[in-house]
Design a binder for this molecule. Structure first.
Ligand SMILES: C=C(C[SeH])C(=O)N1CCC[C@H]1C(=O)O
Ligand SMILES: [Zn+2]
Length: 594
């Protein structure tokens, strides 16, 4: 009878879950060994192991399909079976599976090991993305140097990945079909468990776009005043190499010469960190202490032993920051090439947020040890970092001794947050709108670059520094495209982190009709920490609206938190852009696209 079958099913799935934990630990160890020491040998070992494990997973999958789990009474048991019924890329036949693994690790190692020649010293050709190229984009105001560096990086990391990428698209789409999806776009969106995910992304963009256009117009004017109308036009897109970041995804590095009230005290956190002899370890210890102050879990001993927090000098590694769960309840790691600056201080909190999620749900079955949706996992650390970056907190830890809050300082602070958080949204939206088109076939390989730049221009209002052709493949010059990492998760994160922040600030007594969100710091609030922990402990055991509701009382992702946070800035920008008569929005680029 059904009762007995369900009982048998529960026994089966619990065994499968234990076996899955062991398999994942082995696979992640091989992945860790490869990405923390990029050699042909380690790549071979990793692919061989992943192939072995995919065979075991496929065999288990055949058994799982035998159960009539859709009829089971226990909703959690049904949810476990549903997740285990999705095999993933292991559904590919062995030869195609290997080809897919090779094309992705080929792109990722190309990205991680690409070097370019210096503009100032053309014989020096060992510049890596981290820290060298990142440093140039953070500080250089030499337009020719920025243009050279932008072109060389996109040639090395983008164009060189095109063949692998095209093969990856074909094989990944085949895997999607074997998992019952039309294409990878549908597969990626299924992770969000709502039927209208793409429409929700579009709605969020409509909500935020007016604010973005005001900020874009203000920054374009500031840059035109600095570089002249020949380089920055009055009504066109902004050249992408002038925004302080290789991908123009956050513009924090141009804050010092574009902020609204330049004569107000400079909040240069990086300089203060250097002056106070900060080290990467100190940055990690401070982040750990913040989490503990909320009554959240301390980093276990193994974390401090096994993590890689500085770029090694004796080997090549994947520097792009990452957090790792080895599914044994005690081995959790971060790998990042930390530099002592404000940007990496934020990234450290971002990665520690991933680890905290791992720690909070480590009691769950393996299959539920995941974010409520991929955006939740990206939002934890950033939510904490919203408190850390408040003037109140930076004063508390002695990183600034800025003036007490006055109107102009507050606008400067909101501007500093806005060129990080608001400008990121159209970039993130573009990256996966582009890849949805690629996986659906509406964007074909001979259109890749034209479609990529058409989206970047229409949504982000940026243009390439020089003419681009289909010989180039600029999308892969971004880590997540070369590493097969879905990106809508960050778009979701940058929206929901403000919903989380607002709730935590209320619980911490840091937000009320008289206390503004911009100066909220939840540090040492056990109430806030306990509420956050309760949501994190759910992992992916429930659909994400349940987790969202458990923390915020809302069941939808909405831009209202973000818009409330930046409201004073939005008003100021509208007034300022009217005062200067700056054109709002942008006309088509003058840089000819293919
Ligand atoms: C820090 C990470 C690793 Se999950 C990252 O990739 N982020 C964090 C914010 C956006 C995105 C990026 O760097 O593009
Ligand atoms: Zn992340």
């Amino acid at each position: 009878d059904l009762e007995a079958l369900e009982h048998e099913g529960r026994e089966y799935i619990m065994q499968l879950d234990i076996a899955t934990g062991i398999r994942r630990k082995i696979a992640h160890k091989a992945e860790w060994d490869y990405t923390s020491n990029i050699t042909k040998e380690n790549e071979e070992k990793k692919i061989q192991l992943q192939l072995e494990i995919s065979k075991q997973e496929k065999a288990a999958w055949e058994d799982t399909k035998m159960y009539r789990w859709q009829d089971f009474q226990d909703v959690t048991l049904r949810r476990m079976f549903k997740k285990y019924s999705q095999l993933g890329v292991a559904a590919l036949p062995d030869d195609k599976y290997k080809l897919l693994m090779k094309s992705v690790s080929g792109m990722e190692s190309n990205y991680a090991t690409s070097k370019i020649c210096s503009y100032k010293n053309p014989t020096k050709c060992d510049l890596a993305l981290e820290p060298d190229i990142t440093e140039i984009f953070a500080h250089s105001q030499n337009v020719s140097e920025l243009e050279h560096t932008w072109i060389e990086w996109h040639k090395a990391a983008g164009t060189r990945a095109k063949d692998n990428f095209t093969q990856y698209v074909t094989l990944n789409n085949e895997a999607a079909k074997l998992n019952g999806f039309k294409d990878v776009a549908e597969w990626w969106q299924s992770e969000y468990e709502v039927a209208d995910f793409e429409q929700q992304l579009a709605k969020l963009w409509e909500d935020v776009k007016p604010l973005y256009q005001q900020l874009h117009a203000y920054v374009r004017k500031q840059l035109r005043d600095k570089y002249g109308p020949e380089i920055v036009s009055a009504k066109g897109p902004i050249p992408a190499h002038l925004l302080g970041n290789m991908w123009a995804q956050t513009w924090s590095n141009i804050e010092s010469y574009t902020r609204p009230y330049p004569d107000k005290k400079e909040i240069d956190v990086t300089q203060a960190m250097k002056d106070q002899n900060y080290t990467p370890l100190k940055m990690f210890k401070m982040s750990d202490e913040f989490f503990r102050s909320l009554n959240l879990t301390a980093m276990p001993e193994k974390f401090w032993q096994n993590s890689i927090i500085e770029k090694p000098t004796d080997r090549e590694i994947v520097c792009h920051a990452s957090a790792w769960d080895f599914y044994d309840g005690e081995d959790f790691r971060i790998k990042q090439c930390t530099t002592v600056d404000y940007e990496y201080f934020q990234t450290t909190h971002h990665e520690m947020g991933h680890i905290q999620y791992f720690l909070q749900y480590k009691h769950l079955p393996i299959i539920f040890r995941d974010g409520a949706n991929p955006g939740f996992h990206e939002a934890v650390g950033d939510t904490i970092a919203l408190s850390v970056s408040s003037p109140k907190h930076l004063r508390r830890v002695g990183l600034i001794n800025g003036d007490a809050e006055d109107e102009q300082t507050e606008i400067n602070q909101l501007y500093k947050m806005g060129i990080d958080k608001i400008v990121f949204l159209p970039f993130a939206y573009t990256l996966d709108l582009f890849r949805y088109g690629v996986f659906r076939g509406t964007t074909t390989p001979d259109d890749y670059n034209c479609h990529y730049w058409r989206l970047r221009e229409s949504l982000q209002g940026v243009e390439p520094p020089v003419n681009r052709t289909e010989e180039d493949f600029d999308a892969a010059a971004k880590y997540h495209v070369s590493a097969d990492v879905e990106y809508a998760r960050y778009y979701v994160s940058f929206i929901i982190q403000f919903q989380f922040h607002r709730t935590l600030c209320e619980l911490a007594g840091e937000y009320s009709p008289t206390k503004k969100l911009v100066d909220c710091d939840i540090y040492q609030s056990v109430e806030a920490g306990n509420a956050l922990a309760n949501m994190l402990r759910m992992g992916s055991s429930h659909p994400w609206p349940d987790a969202m509701e458990a923390l915020t009382g809302q069941r939808q992702m909405k831009a209202d938190g973000l818009l409330e946070y930046f409201k004073p800035l939005h008003e100021w920008l509208k007034t300022e852009n009217e005062r200067t008569g700056e054109f709002i929005g942008w006309e088509a680029s003058k840089t000819p696209l293919v």
